[in-house]
Design a protein around this ligand. Structure first.
Ligand code: BDP
Length: 597
């Protein structure tokens, strides 16, 4: 799905700002039949939950309403007129004046609504977005709505980050020609010093497509004609981790009268491949250093914020991280584009977190009922997961920073039914993108003995908390357990292995000379213990600490003011562990720690 852009044939109006806002229980009538009768206004983009000093709103179950007036630019007379929501978490119904014009389910992927037949150039209209943050066993991520002892509905879910909802990303009105370039796909390669850019353009039949590729100075280095083709780039400059280089592909569509549409796409030429137990970028072994992150800041919740975007990437650079995983949902596309421009490598994860009833069983991992059953992850859940995968890959397939898809976080891959559930998803992902390796983050209860799906995937990504949830405060025992665990996985499958989560909650400012959990020293020692173990295995291809920064969680007894496994605080101040990581990671440039340059 193409991101809306200003090009010579397309225009864009940003609708971010402050919108009227209300929750449905306060509204006497169907709100889209009139202006919302509400004193409240909400920032867009931002999750709505932390904006107001009102528990009712923060933990609201059901629809909320955002509303504003919009005027269509008067020059758009012959254009297709589209509305783009970069995300509406987790479901949306969109109204123009009194009329429903579109719906979307899935909180972290964009959608377009075609308003061409509904509004006219120069016309003003009332735009209402009804947004629901509700999660059920048939949404991705799943959850369930319970009725509390006080009779009120309560949202329950099986992941620990707070279920922020609302319009957390930008909203746009954009124009495109009626007959337009619908999609562009690029796949890149290189042979010797020649780069290869294979392109496919989706356009209505009968249009003549021309493409040209320009280097970063704007010099055209290759041209092509037709809906699909292969461009050769002499003396190619590859996109590399830590050394991004982007070409620009200009795609033009012509009819008999001339140019009718134009779209520009940044292109990084690079390859990704899993060979034996190596993860190769441009044919060279790559070692991931970095984090699982969250889109999470004070007040905004999951609201996209360009200042935090820039600052977080500065911190990634400072600490020597070359990568992160978009745990546990697709991030705003601006984040992925920033990574494209700055050479940070991304493991792009779906929003499928919590497909695991064992987590409800606590540390025993014994589910109250099977995860893959009519009661929980059923056919409708599966269909939602498939749809989400289509939308994620559709959005991010052309980004060079994205080197691997993570299909799920900590699914119940140890339970019966996991194989039937994941096999078709893996097949679909490979059809949608034959070029990128696939992984999933393996939950603690899924061991090298009982996991049922690892052979379907390319990279083993482990989430392991020895020294925290298991054997807390006893790092000597933890080290032995972790070592044995990794050895088991290596015996089971000759694939690259990485740690996609390891971490320890840490209260900044808490210190001790002993192995005392929650202290800054313990977090540092815990990470050092993990690293000692990782460095024993040539099969190990990366380490992503849980988490980059402290983040908001659902209210609960086991979290004090949120999840504190951040190496940075929620305000982005370094804990002692950040300095230790910096010592280990800086200057590696994708090499495995301890190996020669
Ligand atoms: C893992 C989850 C992650 C949690 C983490 C934790 O993948 O989302 O935040 O545990 O407990 O199981 O800190």
């Amino acid at each position: 799905m193409l991101k809306p852009k200003n090009t010579s044939t397309r225009e864009l109006v940003n609708l971010d700002g402050v919108w009227r806002f209300g929750i449905d229980s306060r509204l006497p009538e169907q709100p889209w039949t009139a202006a919302l009768d509400t004193p409240l206004e909400a920032a867009v983009p931002a999750s709505y939950n932390d904006l107001f000093i009102d528990r009712e709103i923060r933990n609201h179950v059901g629809w909320v309403y955002y509303q504003r007036e919009v005027r269509v630019p008067r020059g758009w007379t012959d254009e297709r007129i589209l509305l783009r929501f970069d995300a509406a978490t987790h479901a949306a119904k969109i109204y123009v004046d009194d009329q429903i014009v579109g719906e979307h389910v899935g909180g972290y992927t964009p959608f377009d609504i075609d308003l061409t037949d509904v509004v006219a150039a120069g016309q003003a209209f009332r735009l209402t977005a009804a947004v629901s943050g509700d999660l059920t066993n048939e949404t991705i991520p799943p959850g369930k709505i319970e009725v509390g002892y006080d009779g009120r509905p309560k949202q329950v879910y099986f992941h620990d980050f707070y279920n922020y909802a609302g319009l957390a990303r930008s909203v746009w009105l954009h124009s495109a020609p009626k007959s337009r370039i619908e999609d562009v796909t690029v796949i890149t390669d290189f042979e010797g010093t020649n780069g290869v850019v294979d392109y496919t353009v989706q356009v209505p039949a009968g249009l003549d497509v021309r493409v040209r590729l320009a280097d970063a100075d704007g010099t055209v280095v290759a041209e092509g004609r037709g809906n699909a083709g292969s461009l050769t780039v002499p003396n190619v400059t590859l996109w590399k981790p830590g050394a991004a280089y982007l070409y620009e592909l200009t795609v033009e569509a012509f009819n008999e009268e001339g140019l009718i549409d134009c779209y520009d796409l940044p292109v990084g030429v690079r390859t990704v491949e899993v060979r034996g137990h190596d993860f190769l970028i441009n044919g060279k072994p790559f070692y991931f250093t970095g984090f699982g992150k969250h889109e999470d800041t004070y007040v905004r919740g999951k609201g996209h914020d360009n200042a935090y975007l820039v600052h977080d990437f500065q911190l990634l650079d400072w600490v020597g991280a070359n990568s992160f995983r978009t745990s546990h949902y697709p991030y705003a596309e601006e984040v992925i584009e920033f990574a494209d421009r700055h050479g940070i490598v991304i493991i792009d994860e779906t929003a499928a977190v919590g497909l695991n009833m064992g987590v409800v069983g606590g540390m025993t991992g014994t589910p109250p009922f099977p995860t893959f059953s009519e009661q929980y992850a059923n056919n409708n859940t599966h269909a939602a997961h498939q749809q989400h995968l289509r939308e994620l890959i559709g959005r991010d397939k052309n980004h060079p920073s994205v080197v691997m898809w993570s299909i799920a976080n900590e699914p119940a891959s140890n339970e019966d039914g996991a194989r039937e559930y994941f096999e078709p998803l893996v097949k679909l992902a490979r059809e949608l993108d034959p070029t990128r390796p696939l992984t999933y983050s393996v939950v603690m209860f899924a061991t090298y003995k009982n996991d049922q799906i690892v052979d379907l995937f390319d990279v083993i990504s482990l989430n392991r908390y020895y020294g925290w949830y298991i054997s807390p405060g006893d790092l000597a025992s933890a080290e032995l357990m972790l070592d044995g665990d990794i050895r088991g996985w290596i015996e089971r499958a000759d694939k690259p292995i990485m740690m996609s989560e390891y971490g320890a909650d840490t209260q900044p400012g808490l210190h001790a000379v002993w192995d005392t959990v929650w202290t800054e020293e313990y977090q540092t020692e815990y990470l050092a213990m993990n690293h000692r173990v990782f460095d024993r295995f040539p099969q190990f291809v990366g380490e992503q600490v849980w988490n980059f920064a402290d983040f908001a969680t659902t209210d609960g007894l086991h979290r004090v003011g949120g999840n504190k496994k951040g190496v940075f605080t929620r305000e982005r101040r370094p804990k002692a562990a950040a300095h230790a990581l910096r010592q280990r990671w800086r200057g590696l440039n994708g090499r495995k720690p301890g190996t020669a340059e």
